[in-house]
Design a protein around this ligand. Sequence first.
Ligand code: ADP
Ligand code: MG
Length: 334
Amino acid sequence: MKSVPPVCLVSVEGLRKEYLTRHGAMKALDGVSFHIMAGETLALVGESGCGKSTLASALLGLVRFDAGTIAIDGNAITARSKGITMPPRRDIGVVFQNPQSSLDPKMRVRSIIAEPLNTIGMRGDTITRRANELLSQVGLGPEYLHRYPHQLSGGQMQRVAIARALALEPRLLILDEPTAALDVSVQAQILKLLKALQAKSNVSYLFITHDLGVVDYVANRVAVMYLGRIVESGLVADIFANPRHPYTQALLDAVPVIDPARRRLSAPLDGEVPSPLNRLPGCPFAPRCLRATNTCRTSDPDLVDEGGRRVHACFFPLSHEDGSQLRGSPHEAA
Ligand code: ADP
Ligand code: MG
């Protein structure tokens, strides 16, 4: 096989989005930058409320963002204006967590898949042919064309949602917790299907999940998000073996492991998930971080680039090569 130079498909710089609520300004995205290469999977992880779905909506052009840029293949994305209907983005597809709510219960599978095809002027037999082709790609036979969502299992519904998302051959597929509502065995089948589809088409995935096992299985790179910011990102292998940010470490520690002797390096992430409402100064993770010092509570850490391979935003990053750094806060005597 000829080797193809890597191409950057998605590039996001300094994205900001504030929701104005009754309780004040909610910084859902607080300066988010990342990129996705053609054909790769970037996993986006972080607790509920950290801004993952807002980021997905911004990429889809569904929410207006306040600052920053998003470019797909070098072309800037702007949000839809109120009252102006735009054709759906052909280059970005999306699959949500819950197929029950994303598939219209009154529509047969054929009509569900036909919707995006209609928007590009496809009609009649051509639609049926294309719908069958898409169904077969997601492992469903032509008999499913005439079924209603309630006649499908959760996994089959999600396969239909994937078929619809791929109908216009997008360059990027956003998967927002696509397997979180499925049984473990069904989840594994859907993940396998997504990997196979990517291998065939060179589509890129932005895979939003809170399951680090899923990240390990599907993604090349991972971005860890905390309160509207990316606090660490890089290759999955690097980040999981050697997390720099205590929040990443805490997420990894929260994964159940067989080995009880494995050392805990962080406080468990229990208690309330902090609110992006009226944030305190300093590192957003400081209130929950065992290693936090005065610096962390008063200054905001910038993202530090480690030789272009990975980035982290922590004043006192963990270093797993140097065991001495692992023993508690940096200001304590070891
Ligand atoms: P995640 O997908 O990571 O759970 P979201 O992007 O859904 O996070 O939400 C990020 C923050 O923005 C949350 O605090 C959420 O309550 C708030 N938020 C999301 N959508 C809206 C909205 N339409 N209006 C006001 N606040 C919102
Ligand atoms: Mg969400």
